[in-house]
Structures are given as C-alpha cells and as structure tokens.
Write a new protein. Structure first.
Length: 397
C-alpha cells in the first residue's frame, strides 16, 4: 500500500487532541510543550497503513484513514514486515505506543536548546514530536534501514520538519554531530554502546531498553557522570522494544534444541512455569546465568498446531540455550508441584529458581530498585546502590 495521507486529507485534529488528553490523564504527558506537539503532529501522516495479525497468524494491512480512532489510540502499530529465514514473518519496524514515547521524552528532562540524538528513526513520528518541541535543528536521528529513513524524511518534510536524518548503524551514533545533551534509543541493546557515552556531554542522558538476553531487561536512564563513566537506574515501569540491528533487514537465525525426555533428569518444582513471562525481574536476574542466547516458549499436545494461534491449551513451558541445555516444566500442578524435565550440560530451571530466591531475599523489589554502571571495560547491574553487595557483571557485546 502506497497511499500517503497529508493532514488536509481527513479531520484528524480531534483524534490527536483526544490522544493528548488521554495521555495527560494517565500521567504520561505533563510537559505543556510536548502536549502541544502531540496535538500538532498527525500520526497518520507517518503511519498511512499498518499491519494487524489475524487469528490464523497471517498479517492483514489496514489503511489508517479507515480507522483514525485506532491510529490515534495509545497503542503500538506494526508498520513494516520482513520474511524470516524459516519462511515466517518478522516485524521490521513499528510506531511505538505514544504514551511510551512521551514518557521517555519527558524522562530526558529536556530544556529549550537541548540537542538530541534518536537511535531508531522508524516512521519519523517521534522525531517529529522532538522537532516540534525543540526545533528541527536540535534533532538528529539514525536508523539502519535506509528506505525507512527516506520515507521518514519525506513525511517530515511534508509537514515542515527537517531534522538531520542518517541511515547507518545506530550503535555508532553520530560522532560528527556530537556532543548531544541526550540520546534516546527506541530499540533494545544487550549492552550500552560506548560510542553513546562518548557522544553525550558530561551530565548528558542516555535512555534505552537494556536487554542482555531475549525478554530480559527494561528501560534504563543513564547520566554521564565522568569521562569514563555513565550511571543510572532502571525505569519503574517495564517497557520493551525490538532489538537494535546493525545491518538492514538483519534477522538472526536462532537455534533449535531437541528435548529428549528419555535422557533427562526429572524432579518437581513449586515455582510457576510461567515465571519467564509473569515475573520479568526474575527472568532478568536469571539471564545473568542463563546467558545472552535463550529460546523459550510453550509446548502443545502432539498435533496441537502453532502455540500462538491454536485453540489447544499448552501443556508445559520450556527454555533452552545453544549449549544443548533445556528445561520443560508442566503447567498442571499436583499439590502445588510441577514436573520438571532437564537435559543437556546445565540445569536451566534451577538457575531460574535461584534467581527467584535472590529476588525474594531482596524483598521482591521493582525495576527502579536496580541500576547500571557503564565504564569502557564493564557493565555492572546493581541493587539499591552502585556499591551494593548485590551486583552482577554483564558480558560486553
């Protein structure tokens, strides 16, 4: 679909105004200047169409003008898809949930004249909000997908915004335009690229989604406190973004581990098999031992179809790592106990159980009880304070 919608095409202003009011009521929009941007920037101009997943797992394209209420809702919209190496489809780009955008922008504590680098141009809507708030000459944005950058450039220019847009690897930042007062990354990174630390001024801010392993992590806000140090805390509210890609269309192939129950060790556990999805901080702590590459999902009965689109209820959850280790935990319980089968060189569910004990011993804290210190040599996650006895070192990637 190639339809492009300008602000004059439809009566979009009432929808944008309603969105701003909704975000303000939810506490996600408190800056009057940013609220003005939400009311003034037509989201549908950046998302002329979007993709919705159907009950059978396929994707259907929807024209934004056919349902402006949905486009101006506080929800993410899938804007670009790409084929996977296994014949499936993966999400290439999306328009982030507006409430998350505004909350992140406000977390930067921007003042007039601030210079901002956005990593992850996407549709260009977030760059438009920043340009409206700060002025186009203060906004820089980079994305690895050149076609997306060019589309964003055209849509921004059509509305009178001309921030600096660059196609390239966001991990490298934009050294030729540094220093910045803030770097906001609408993507997930396994560790903070040191180039970002170097490119924010002393006292400058970096805000990004730190995910050392799939699904394991959340938004962290760092301040550059010295030439060789950035430090800060995780945001109180969980958030998740797509991974930063270093080359266009990059889609890791993943791995597969066979779960041979005949060679497994069997035992029971009282820990909820849904823990990786329902206790995200436990999963984050477990990832330090599980490693950077983790596969996980649900097991269906024989012939049950695709888990995400099947009416058949799953029977177990499972996790696996590339070294051949795996664990499968039944969802049904007998007197509060779930059956566990574990194979390979490591006992993965024991690592999750240990992470749960650690979290419980710490008093079951929330995300903002944890922080991160970044130096050229190390990433250290800590509990409560940087000099805490409870700290974990992340492998730099």
């Amino acid at each position: 679909m190639t339809t492009t919608n300008t602000p004059a095409d439809v009566e979009w202003e009432p929808h944008a105004g309603r969105l701003a009011d909704e975000l303000a009521a939810a506490g996600k929009l408190t800056d009057p200047r940013l609220a003005e941007a939400v009311r003034a920037v037509p989201r549908h101009a950046f998302v002329p169409s979007y993709h919705q997943q159907t009950a059978d797992g396929s994707w259907a394209e929807q024209a934004s003008v056919d349902d402006l209420a949905a486009v101006y809702a506080n929800t993410a919209l899938i804007t670009a898809l790409a084929p996977t190496g296994t014949g499936g489809t993966t999400v290439l780009s999306s328009s982030t949930q507006p409430g998350l955008m505004t909350r992140m922008i406000e977390a930067l504590h921007l003042t007039d004249g601030a210079r901002v680098l956005e990593v992850g141009t996407g549709t260009g809507y977030n760059a438009a909000l920043l340009a409206h708030r700060l002025g186009e000459e203060q906004v820089y944005s980079i994305d690895v997908e050149a076609e997306l950058v060019e589309l964003a450039r055209q849509r921004l220019a059509g509305l009178g915004y001309r921030p600096t847009l660059v196609a390239g690897d966001g991990a490298a930042g934009l050294p030729e335009h540094a220093p910045f007062d803030a770097i906001i990354a609408t993507c997930a990174v396994p560790t903070i690229p040191w180039a970002w630390v170097e490119q924010v001024r002393p006292g400058g801010v970096i805000l990004t989604d730190l995910k050392p392993a799939p699904g394991a992590g959340s938004l962290v806000r760092l301040t550059r406190t010295a030439a060789d140090r950035a430090e800060g805390r995780f945001d109180a509210t969980y958030a998740a973004f797509m991974d930063l890609r270093h080359t266009p269309g990059d889609n890791p192939a993943g791995f597969r581990v066979e779960r041979d129950h005949g060679q497994a060790e069997h035992r029971t556990t009282s820990l909820d098999p849904n823990t990786p999805w329902t206790s995200l901080l436990v999963w984050f702590l477990a990832s330090f031992d599980l490693g950077a590459e983790i596969a996980y999902g649900y097991t269906l009965p024989e012939g049950g179809g695709i888990p995400a689109y099947s009416d058949t209820a799953p029977t177990a959850s499972w996790i696996a790592t590339p070294d051949g280790s795996w664990a499968e935990i039944t969802l049904a319980a007998d007197n509060g106990q779930h059956e566990v089968a574990e194979g390979g060189p490591r006992r993965l569910w024991r690592l999750v159980e240990q992470a749960h004990r650690t979290w419980t011993d710490l008093g079951r804290p929330g995300w903002n009880a944890f922080g991160l210190t970044v130096t050229p040599d190390a990433h250290t996650v800590w509990f409560d304070q940087p000099d805490s006895d409870h700290a974990w070192r992340l492998a730099r990637r």
